[in-house]
Design a protein around this ligand. Structure first.
Ligand code: SF4
Length: 349
């Protein structure tokens, strides 16, 4: 049993079924592993009088968060690279906040969405991450690297809705009070706009999760150029799905707009975007394009950012300008990729 893939109730059921034990030992296992980062949980008091159980679990239980093989720092921001059991590597980024840290997790090795501004897209999709490979990123960030992770954003390598079941199970595990205890309202799922995934998420009982959409243009022709996913999930369909989404009271969507000089930064782009957003409760993050080796797009300068932001604000849109952190370690939006396994590495739907 790979414990990093199991919710507490599943561990309890497994102990009941296989060993005639229950909540008491399951809670101890969960506490030692998820709260204390203890890879030898059987030293805990609860197991001292249960020698047979300990021996059986030593054979059955495995804990494999993957091996952190490299960390790269840029100021307080840290990108870490994890080698998985099959040798493939993934990237995660720890982002400092005022009181704690946010962890940007990967959900796939590579990605098949093909966004034209994204380094991960160049890898293609190698495979989905298993549940333990997703939750293992939290384990490593907390216990091997020592950061107090309180927020999770699924904005690393991969499209989370393309690995839906494993992502949802990992969210439930991260949310366990007796485990990592990360509140749902502190988790954000970011999508390139897969409408089927948004509909599926709407049916799950995860009301606190925040939904982010990588929008990048409100003009179908430009968005399709940037994000091939728009061919089958066009802006009209996306808007309808978002309007039907059961947001919490006073909740809003997060839209991410990567500003690319000369491509999606005109007055027409701003007005079309404002018109698109107006019927929806949206907070817009405006992010300057990060240069990615091999792409011909240009980054906007500060003046371009202010000009575009002002046009949106004048049209009634709430905009937050995100000056991209982490460019020097290729941990900015669109720059995660591959350190090692394919070619240099980040992104984010
Ligand atoms: S931006 Fe996100 S969805 Fe698009 S290719 Fe990159 S990782 Fe995939």
């Amino acid at each position: 049993m790979e414990i990093l893939s199991h919710r507490l109730d599943q561990v309890t059921q497994s102990l009941k079924r296989n060993h005639g034990k229950g909540e008491y030992h399951a809670a101890a296992l969960y506490r030692e592993i998820f709260k204390a980062g203890n890879l030898t949980p059987f030293c805990a008091e609860e197991f001292k009088a249960s020698r047979a159980l300990t021996l059986a679990l030593k054979d059955r239980l495995c804990i494999n968060p993957g091996e952190v093989v490299e960390t790269i720092e840029d100021g307080r921001l840290i990108k870490f690279i994890t080698r998985l059991t099959d040798g493939l590597k993934i990237e995660s980024v720890i982002i400092p906040m005022t009181r704690h840290h946010t962890l940007c997790v990967s959900s796939q090795v590579g990605c098949r969405m093909g966004c034209r501004f994204c380094r991960t897209a160049k890898m293609g999709l190698k495979r989905n991450l298993s549940v333990s490979e997703i939750t293992g990123q939290v384990f490593n960030a907390r216990f091997n690297l020592g950061f107090d992770i309180k927020n999770i954003v699924f904005m690393g390598m991969g499209e989370p809705f393309d690995n839906f079941e494993n992502v949802i199970q990992s969210i439930r595990i991260m949310n366990e009070q007796k485990g990592f205890d990360i509140a749902q309202r502190h988790m954000t799922l970011s999508t390139a706009g897969l409408t089927r995934g948004i509909r599926q998420l709407a049916r799950m009982k995860l009301p606190g999760i925040r939904l982010a959409v990588s929008i990048n243009s409100a003009r179908d022709d430009i968005r399709t150029r940037l994000m091939p996913v728009n061919r089958t999930n066009d802006l009209g369909t996306l808007k309808n799905v978002l309007q039907a989404y059961p947001l919490k009271k006073r909740g809003c969507f997060l839209f991410e707009y990567i500003l690319i000089k000369g491509l999606n930064d005109s007055q027409k782009d701003a007005i079309t975007l404002a018109d698109y957003i107006k019927p929806l409760p949206v907070r817009l993050n405006l992010i300057p394009y990060n240069p990615v080796c091999g792409f011909n797009y240009q980054s906007p300068d500060d003046r371009d950012m202010h000009r575009f932001s002002d046009m949106l604000t004048q049209n009634g849109i709430f905009v937050i300008k995100r000056w991209s952190k982490g460019r020097s370690v290729a941990a900015g939006c669109g720059q995660l990729g591959t350190s090692g396994s394919v070619e240099p590495v980040m992104p984010s739907a």
